[in-house]
Ligand binder design. Structure first.
Ligand SMILES: *[C@@H]1O[C@H](CO)[C@@H](O)[C@H](O)[C@H]1NC(C)=O
Ligand SMILES: *[C@@H]1O[C@H](CO)[C@@H](O)[C@H](O)[C@H]1NC(C)=O
Ligand SMILES: *[C@@H]1O[C@H](CO)[C@@H](O)[C@H](O)[C@H]1NC(C)=O
Ligand SMILES: *[C@@H]1O[C@H](CO)[C@@H](O)[C@H](O)[C@H]1NC(C)=O
Ligand SMILES: *[C@@H]1O[C@H](CO)[C@@H](O)[C@H](O)[C@H]1NC(C)=O
Length: 535
């Protein structure tokens, strides 16, 4: 990210209780993002209709505005939404443009999602709540229905503002996924729709796009962007576009290869300030699907070496492009471990709608289930967990801004565990996740990260213990549950763990629910004189 974007706005972003006019990288690092697919989040009428997943289901900006409590209630303070521009009107052999990625007219907001006023109202309501808005933008292509006879016959005059063939690369199909000239200049997925590939290296296109993004960001007070298919436009375009926008951006670079990813966040010249972290995504998935955590540990170390700033990457385990986590293994406990990593690891947490409801859809469009099928259940276990995790993260940031400044220390990355310590030594947040699943056995292990005699609390079970002479806590592992420890003193003045019990071995007879442990804790807290922590 260029330093011009970093000056000034940092202080503004952190101190305003409303919103920051230009939310930069530093400001975004403290945020936690909930990804919304507009057509599938909530309808204006609140209706819980059945719909076909290839077609419009009827979600709108107004529907989302009406349901922000659901998102804020989980502790998210930013949302990422589908592209906002008008798409093609037709149904195609690959469905309707319910997802918003098939732009036709960049000068008009998508009437399927609402009016200009509806979008402004959404932003106003977000900013009132001190929440940020990240908008997905498509710069790689414009779309037109296509009868599958190549080369596609495209009526360029239908596109706005790119209403002429001269703004586009001539047709070729992307066939060489290792050859950047090929995957940047040719057209993606020519089937059902022709994704006419915009010539982003042309100065005229740069002029039109930079003007467009400045207008869009200022008209709607947008705080950040996700740049769709960033890997498929030429390198030089990206920093110009981001700079013109004046806000932070994630650029989608779909690769699990460290050099290919970190090239975009080069230590001497950034092409993009941040990217969704596909480097962690693959080994994290692998760890819960038959593999161990060793590769996750290695990948992270490589990324810290090669990328300019891994803290500006977006940590995720689900998005609208990948099969749901639970479509591979629907054990709820491993989903809790994955969610713990997403919110507590380095980087900007990004949770995709439905993840908190343990949705199980596979490949697109099955992974785009309407959220209303969950009845927006705020007692769902992963909803409640996200709430706790976001509180703990926010509290750590508030207690010590240094929490966000350094990458965490990997304590354990072995067959069954990944443990890290994050934040300054006197205010560390330590977590251990495991892939043992709900069938996991009970055992104890030592986990460091604290100081001699520190009193700590494991915040999911709300159980306290004391660190030994080496600063290690005794982790009472059981039923595959994740663990997160913070210093007890860090919880003062918060509503995290109002009732604290004393940690001890878990029974082998299955999961000890956090609720059960907490109510037992009322007694223990009184006995041990820790009642002062009952807030
Ligand atoms: C690298 O990241 C730091 C911290 O986010 C930032 O200040 C700096 O500008 C980045 N470097 C480049 C070359 O963009
Ligand atoms: C485009 O290329 C892909 C391979 O990358 C191939 O599967 C597909 O059939 C091609 N489509 C057309 C229309 O040529
Ligand atoms: C890469 O793709 C471009 C565009 O399709 C092509 O002209 C070029 O020959 C390819 N390069 C290699 C090394 O295959
Ligand atoms: C970063 O950019 C410099 C200058 O353009 C280049 O020499 C270097 O190889 C790049 N590093 C990476 C990791 O791509
Ligand atoms: C956890 O990792 C171990 C070691 O690689 C593996 O045998 C086991 O299947 C993994 N567990 C799950 C639920 O994938």
């Amino acid at each position: 990210m260029r330093s011009s974007l970093l000056t000034g706005a940092i202080a503004a972003a952190l101190s305003f209780s409303g919103y920051a006019a230009a939310a930069d990288t530093e400001a975004w690092k403290s945020r936690s993002i909930y990804q919304v697919m507009i057509d599938r989040f909530a309808r204006t009428d609140g209706g819980e209709v059945d719909c076909k997943l290839y077609e419009f289901c009827g979600g709108t900006w107004k529907g989302l505005t009406n349901k922000l409590d659901y998102i804020q209630g989980m502790g998210f303070d930013a949302i990422q939404i589908s592209p906002v521009n008008k798409n093609i009107d037709e149904d195609t052999a690959v469905g309707e443009p319910y997802h918003g990625y098939w732009s036709q007219d960049l000068t008009t907001v998508n009437p399927k999602f609402g009016t200009k006023e509806d979008l402004k109202e959404l932003v106003d309501e977000l900013h009132k709540r001190d929440m940020y808005l990240m908008v997905d933008v498509v710069v790689n292509h414009m779309a037109q229905k296509f009868d599958n006879i190549v080369p596609p016959k495209v009526d360029y005059s239908k596109f706005k503002p790119f209403n002429n063939e001269k703004y586009f690369h001539s047709y070729c199909n992307v066939t060489e996924w290792e050859n950047s000239t090929n995957y940047q200049n040719c057209w993606l997925y020519p089937y059902g729709v022709a994704l006419a590939d915009i010539k982003t290296e042309s100065p005229d296109v740069v002029t039109l796009f930079t003007k467009w993004i400045k207008d869009l960001v200022s008209t709607y007070s947008i705080d950040g962007l996700r740049i769709d298919a960033a890997k498929h436009v030429n390198d030089e375009f990206l920093p110009k576009f981001v700079e013109a926008s004046g806000v932070f951006a994630f650029g989608e670079v779909l690769t699990g290869v460290t050099e290919d990813m970190c090239r975009y966040q080069n230590k001497s010249k950034n092409l993009l300030p941040g990217m969704p972290n596909y480097l962690d995504f693959y080994p994290l998935n692998e760890a819960f699907n038959g593999g161990g955590f060793e590769r996750l540990g290695e990948t992270r170390a490589q990324a810290v070496d090669s990328c300019n700033d891994t803290l500006a990457l977006g940590t995720f385990i689900e998005n609208h492009d990948m099969p749901r986590f639970a479509s591979q293994n629907d054990d709820l406990t491993i989903a809790k471990n994955a969610m713990t990593y997403v919110i507590m690891a380095d980087g900007i947490p990004t949770v995709y709608q439905g993840q908190e409801q343990h949705f199980k859809g596979g490949e697109t469009p099955s992974n785009r289930e309407p959220l209303w099928t969950s009845k927006y259940d705020t007692t769902a276990p992963l909803y409640v967990l996200a709430q706790t995790l976001n509180k703990v993260r926010k509290n750590a940031i508030k207690k010590s801004p240094d929490y966000l400044k350094k990458t965490s220390k990997v304590l354990i990355a072995d067959t069954n565990h990944f443990c890290q310590s994050k934040g300054p030594a006197d205010n560390a947040v330590v977590f251990c996740i495991t892939n043992k699943s709900s069938k996991g056995d009970s055992y104890e292990m030592s986990v460091g990260g604290f100081k001699d005699s520190d009193e700590v609390v494991e915040v999911i079970s709300c159980a306290s213990s004391t660190a030994d002479g080496l600063g290690q806590v005794n982790a009472f592992m059981g039923a595959g549950e994740p663990k997160i420890w913070v210093k007890k003193s860090a919880l003062e003045g918060t509503d995290i763990c109002p009732k604290i019990t004393v940690d001890g071995p878990k029974e082998d007879s299955g999961a000890v629910s956090a609720k059960g442990a907490a109510s037992a804790g009322v007694l223990m807290a009184a006995v041990l004189g820790t009642a002062s922590l009952l807030l």
